[in-house]
Design a binder for this molecule. Structure first.
Ligand code: ADP
Length: 415
């Protein structure tokens, strides 16, 4: 009887303890919803133990859910940043990368879970040195670095921040792609330098002649007349240059053109021929419209800013006259390219453009023959203006040329 009573008592004590052990095992395996049923009367130790266990399980579950939520939020934030963020351990192994870093530096051979050496991901000795310095010295290191990434050669603004934990050190490497900004800044400062130079040249010349006049040349009417003519030409060049710079900056600011109207392209070409006839005659160049296209279609209606399209034609035709031979020809034509666009073509029989210059003539202030362009009143901005107007109409420009035989400029406009 004593043995039986002992066995039953043992069972009564061990059963809840076994249930407790099972719940603890389930929790350690990751199931935080596991609970121990109520055992015995409320005041017994076993019942209090199970209550405490369940309370602890509830708290643990809340803490884990909060942590998971925080982790998810952190992941969303880090992956929505467009700069590359890489976290490394003190042995330069990358233990975390955001999506931007993965897209910039990793191909499919890098698994998400793997820890890879920093240099095998960011292939730049300079970046590697920055990381080492930050981890060794324990202070942030920043620099602008060029890195060859999956997207090609890029320029980054990089900063490494060391983070010291109780047992180890880590570093957070942030890389912001500044390739485009750097390119724009370079272009802008080159443009400012060019504009300053271009403005300075005629101004210096004007001041020089005024000085000479003041110093006595005024007394000789012939010399004074010649000098005043030169001053007039230089002032006119200055005026043209300023107008071109203003036009260019106005076009660049627009995302689409204003004051759009419907007009006939052939009518505009006729107007250009009348407008530039005198200039062409004084250069002994004949100006023709492409009669074939005119006879075939009668009229070609387009919707655009007429002044802007006129500017394209004036710039191209003036060049075709300027860089032509005496007795040469300029032919202007407009054609329907497809349902949504037209081609404007200006061909000449002039000196042409050597192939090595063709790709660059649409750049601002680029001239094949600087002296000739300036002698003929060129600002070096005409073709750049043509290109920017074409871009305003989602179009493109193309130049083909045979040196010594002539050039053909084609502007495609979605109008
Ligand atoms: P510019 O004011 O010097 O004419 P543009 O931007 O209009 O400037 O043209 C850039 C350069 O391209 C010119 O300096 C000239 O060397 C060359 N060019 C433009 N059009 C022609 C053409 N029809 N024939 C030969 N060269 C040309």
């Amino acid at each position: 009887a004593i043995f039986l009573i002992g066995l039953i008592t043992l069972r009564l004590i061990s059963k809840p303890l076994l249930r407790l052990e099972k719940a603890a095992l389930e929790m350690s395996g990751g199931d935080y919803s596991s609970r121990v049923p109520k055992i015995g009367d409320k005041t017994s130790e076993i019942s209090r133990l199970s209550d405490t266990f369940n309370e602890m399980a509830d708290k643990l579950r809340t803490v884990i859910i909060n942590l998971e939520e925080k982790n998810n939020k952190m992941d969303i934030i880090l992956n929505s940043i467009d700069s590359s963020i890489l976290v490394t351990d003190e042995h330069f192994g990358v233990i975390f990368m955001n999506d931007a870093a993965r897209n910039e530096f990793c191909d499919d051979s890098f698994s998400k879970e793997g820890v890879y050496p920093f240099i095998s991901i960011v292939r730049s000795d300079e970046a590697d040195k920055m990381l080492k310095k930050a981890l060794d010295d324990g202070i942030p290191v920043s620099s602008t670095i060029k890195i060859n990434t999956r997207k090609g050669n890029r320029i980054f603004s990089g900063i490494v921040c060391p983070v010291s934990g109780p047992n180890d050190k880590k570093a957070i490497f942030t890389l912001r792609d500044i390739t485009q900004i750097t390119g724009l800044q370079k272009m802008r400062s080159e443009f400012v330098a060019n504009v300053t130079h271009e403005l300075k040249t005629p101004l210096t010349s004007i001041r020089g002649f005024i000085d000479t006049l003041k110093n006595g040349a005024m007394t000789n009417p012939d010399v004074a007349g010649r000098f005043l003519d030169i001053i007039d030409i230089e002032a006119e060049r200055l005026h043209k240059l300023i107008l071109d710079i203003l036009t260019l900056s106005e076009i660049e600011e627009l995302s689409e053109d204003r004051d759009v109207e419907t007009f006939d392209m052939y009518g505009l070409i006729d107007e250009i021929i009348v407008l530039l006839d005198e200039e062409a005659s004084s250069n002994k160049v004949s100006l023709l419209s492409d009669n074939e296209s005119l006879e075939a279609f009668g009229s070609l209606y387009v919707r655009a800013n007429r002044g802007r399209i006129k500017q394209i034609l004036i710039n191209l035709v003036e060049n075709a006259i300027k860089y032509n031979f005496q007795g040469g020809k300029v032919i202007i034509g407009a054609y329907k390219a497809d349902d949504a666009s037209i081609d404007i073509k200006v061909s000449d029989t002039g000196r042409g453009i050597p192939s090595e210059h063709l790709a660059r003539i649409f750049e601002r202030f680029y001239r094949v023959d600087k002296g000739r362009s300036k002698d003929q009143g060129g600002t070096g901005l005409g073709l750049s203006i043509v290109k920017h107007i074409a871009m305003l109409y989602n179009g493109s420009v193309k130049a083909e040329s045979q040196p010594g035989q002539g050039s053909v400029f084609t502007v495609n406009l979605k109008i």
